[in-house]
Structure formats: structure tokens, C-alpha cells
Design a protein around this ligand. Structure first.
Ligand code: SF4
Length: 411
């Protein structure tokens, strides 16, 4: 995580600075403000590291381990609702997911007949490929002819792919630089372990040492040189959402307002061109929607930026900050309920009993225990048709015929 604060070309931002090379220098003027999610990820990484370190890197007695673990557990983000739990039955989410991570790492280590080399939270020098760049490998395992690079992703909002993932590929190059001479691995297996993601929580992808090094030399190096020098062309794309310049960037604004091709049916006819018809064609509808996916994110980024600017005392012409809607609430719910009961109101009226959602119960029990106990009762009704981009990897919607339609006579 520290790499984000200091490197101009952090491995975690490689997808962005390799595609939009001037973004690396443009970003410098914006502070890395971090977020609650980043802080939560840092804590989960620290717990995951401690567990793997104890088991495979630096055996430690229960006293030392528990002292270190308990210190981390005292961080408020560890379990925000701890006071509501029964400690006998409840293992907080972060503990469970880091246990799952330890299980995965253990599986890889145990797959070798002789103990492989294991390193955790290893600082990787990436400067051979990108100036001044470095990164942190969550877990690096070297055994036989194989180098494993395992990245623990605690976030759940953005599902991370592993195939051709430049961050992990750079970690692979850094690990090759650190260990290549000593171990000479020819196979590199990259893993994204993302326990809270929807769908696959473990994704692996293999690349040969030669292909990885060629990618580093012929693809990363030229892009990194341009990025470090602040050269190249601004290229808006999906990576803009992770760019610190995302709200004010003119190139992104240009891409998101470039709808003028669709014109107006009233526009003057240019020589030799027919006026635009009054209705959009289906092809144009597809194109507007395509462009619109980032427009919505961009507008939201602009709103966030404008609100912070106004709160910081700057003016955004035409806009101001006001107090948002608020809901009434009890100042002290226990005292308020006591007062209501003392007035003769039945306590039962103050509470409603509602079933928890499937997702909430699964979160409480953990995926494994939930599947074991209640898995046979879980069904997935067909979802409503939803519009997505053609590149989405889900199969096209295919409505199942109703029983009535099944029995329609052939026409
Ligand atoms: S917002 Fe997008 S286009 Fe602009 S600098 Fe950042 S990555 Fe490049």
C-alpha cells in the first residue's frame, strides 16, 4: 500500500499509467487522500501477513502471535459491530477471510514435496522496467521451476481479473529480479485472492518467464519512460476511475462530452451531406449508451470534487452546499424506550421481527459453514433482463418458456 504514496509509477496504477502515460505526472498535484476502504484493506493485509508469516516465514510462539494479532484487532475497522456479537459463536469477517487466505497459501506450499521458499509483504524493486518504481508482493512462493505471486485483495466493489493484470505481472518481474538468479523459475503463476468478490474468489493465471520478461522490456519500459517524463497522449478509459485527476481532467471531460457527432436535425446541411434524421438509429443508441457508462461516473466524480471545493471555501459558479435531508432519531434509544414503556406502551410494539437476508446470514456464518448448513435451501431464481455491454462475459438473456408456452400447439 505504501507504494501508492511514494512511487510516481506504482505497480498498482500500471493499468492506468501504461494506457494514459501523462496521467502519472498530472496526478502528482493531487494528494492521495486514502479512504476507509483503503484503511480496511491495509488492516486485512497486516492480519493476513501475520498469519502467513507465523506459519511459513517466522515461527512464533502463541504469546508473541496473540499479542501482535490482538493489537491489530483493536483497530476499529477490524469489526465495526463487535459489541453486537456473541464472541462464542462469531468469528469476525476479517478473521475468516484472512484464514481463507492462509488456507490458500498453505495449499500452494503443501503442494511441494520439499518446502518452497516463502516471502511475505516483500518490497519489490521494479526500477529495471519503470523508473523509481517499486511494489509490495503480498506472498511470493518459489518452488521447483515455479514462481507464485499471490495478491490479496480485500476490496469487494471492483472485481479484479488476473489475466494480463499489469500490477501482478510487474510484481512477477520484481520477484524474478529478486530471486531469478537463485531459483531460475520458468513458470510464473499469478494469483488474485479476493475473498469478498462476487463469483470466483481465487483466480490464477500462468505466464512463462520469457513472455513476462519480453512484456517488461518491450511493453512496460517504453510506456514507463514516457509516463515518467510526463509525455505521450492522454487516453481516457476505464482506468480513469482510479486516477487522482479524474474529476478535473480535460481529456476525460472531452471524451465524455463528445456527443456532437449525433448532431441536430436542425443543423445546417453541410455541402454534400444530408441533414441528420430526427430519430437516433439503433446503432447510435448503442453508441450513446457506450459513451454514457463513463459519463455517469464522471458526473459523480465532478459532484464529489465540487462539494469538497465548496466546503474548502472555493466557489464553483452556479453551485453551493446546503444541509442535506436528515431523519429524526432518538438521542439515546435505551432511555427513549424506557420512557415509552413507562408510559404504558407494550414493549412488543417497539420491536419488529424480520428475517435476515441470505447474504447477511452467509456473512455471519462464513461461506463454508453456510453452504454446509443451508446450501440445499438456496435457489437462484432467474434475474430480470439487464442491459450490459456486449463485452460482459455473462451469456445473453434467454427467457425460459412458461409452462403455458411449452404446451402451445405448433403453428
Ligand atoms: S483522468 Fe483518465 S485521461 Fe485523465 S489523466 Fe487520468 S487516466 Fe488520463
Amino acid at each position: 500500500m505504501a507504494e501508492r504514496k511514494h512511487a510516481i509509477l506504482p505497480a498498482s496504477g500500471a493499468a492506468r499509467w501504461m494506457a494514459c502515460t501523462p496521467s502519472a505526472r498530472l496526478e502528482e498535484q493531487f494528494p492521495d487522500t486514502g479512504s476507509k476502504y483503503a484503511a480496511e484493506g491495509t488492516l486485512a493485509h497486516a492480519i493476513a501477513e501475520l498469519k502467513v508469516r507465523k506459519k511459513f516465514v517466522e515461527p512464533m510462539g502463541p504469546k508473541k502471535y496473540n499479542t501482535a494479532l490482538n493489537k491489530l484487532k483493536k483497530t476499529p475497522l477490524y469489526d465495526e459491530h463487535e459489541e453486537l456479537r456473541d464472541p462464542k459463536d462469531y468469528l469476525p469477517e476479517m478473521d475468516r477471510y484472512t484464514d481463507d487466505y492462509l488456507d490458500y497459501v498453505s495449499g500452494v506450499v503443501m503442494s511441494y514435496k520439499t518446502s518452497p521458499h516463502v516471502a511475505v509483504e516483500l518490497r519489490l524493486d521494479l526500477s529495471r522496467y519503470a523508473p523509481e518504481s517499486f511494489g509490495t508482493g503480498d506472498c511470493i512462493i518459489l518452488g521447483g521451476d515455479t514462481l507464485h505471486v499471490i495478491d490479496f485483495k480485500y476490496g469487494k466493489g471492483v472485481v479484479v481479473d488476473v489475466e494480463n493484470n499489469p500490477q501482478l505481472m510487474l510484481y512477477g518481474l520484481g520477484a524474478l529480479d529478486a530471486y531469478g538468479m537463485l531459483y531460475n523459475p520458468t513458470r510464473i503463476i499469478l494469483t488474485v485472492f479476493q475473498p469478498r468478490a462476487d463469483g470466483d474468489t481465487v483466480k490464477e493465471w500462468e505466464i512463462s518467464r520469457d513472455d513476462l520478461v519480453n512484456w517488461g522490456v518491450f511493453t512496460v519500459r517504453p510506456a514507463a519512460r514516457q509516463a515518467f517524463d510526463g509525455k505521450g497522449e492522454f487516453k481516457p478509459g476505464g482506468w480513469c476511475r482510479f486516477c487522482r485527476a479524474k474529476a478535473q481532467c480535460r481529456a476525460r471531460a472531452g471524451a465524455n462530452t463528445a456527443l456532437e457527432d449525433f448532431g441536430s436535425p436542425n443543423s445546417k446541411t453541410e455541402t454534400g451531406k444530408l441533414p441528420k434524421p430526427p430519430l437516433l438509429t439503433d446503432a447510435e443508441v448503442g453508441e450513446v449508451l457506450q459513451r454514457g457508462t463513463d459519463v455517469m461516473k464522471w458526473i459523480s466524480d465532478l459532484q464529489d470534487y465540487a462539494l469538497s471545493a465548496i466546503l474548502d471555501g472555493k466557489g464553483i459558479p452556479g453551485w453551493k452546499a446546503v444541509e442535506g435531508r436528515s431523519r429524526r432519531e432518538f438521542d439515546d434509544i435505551t432511555t427513549a424506550f424506557d420512557t415509552i414503556k413507562a408510559a404504558g406502551i407494550d414493549e412488543a410494539m417497539l420491536y419488529e421481527r424480520r428475517p435476515m437476508t441470505l447474504a447477511a446470514i452467509e456473512k455471519e456464518l462464513g461461506k463454508g459453514k453456510f453452504a454446509e448448513i443451508a446450501g440445499t435451501h438456496v435457489v437462484t431464481p432467474p434475474g430480470k433482463p439487464t442491459l450490459v455491454q456486449a463485452s460482459d462475459n455473462r451469456p445473453p438473456y434467454n427467457p425460459k418458456p412458461t409452462a403455458e408456452e411449452d404446451f402451445q400447439p405448433n403453428t
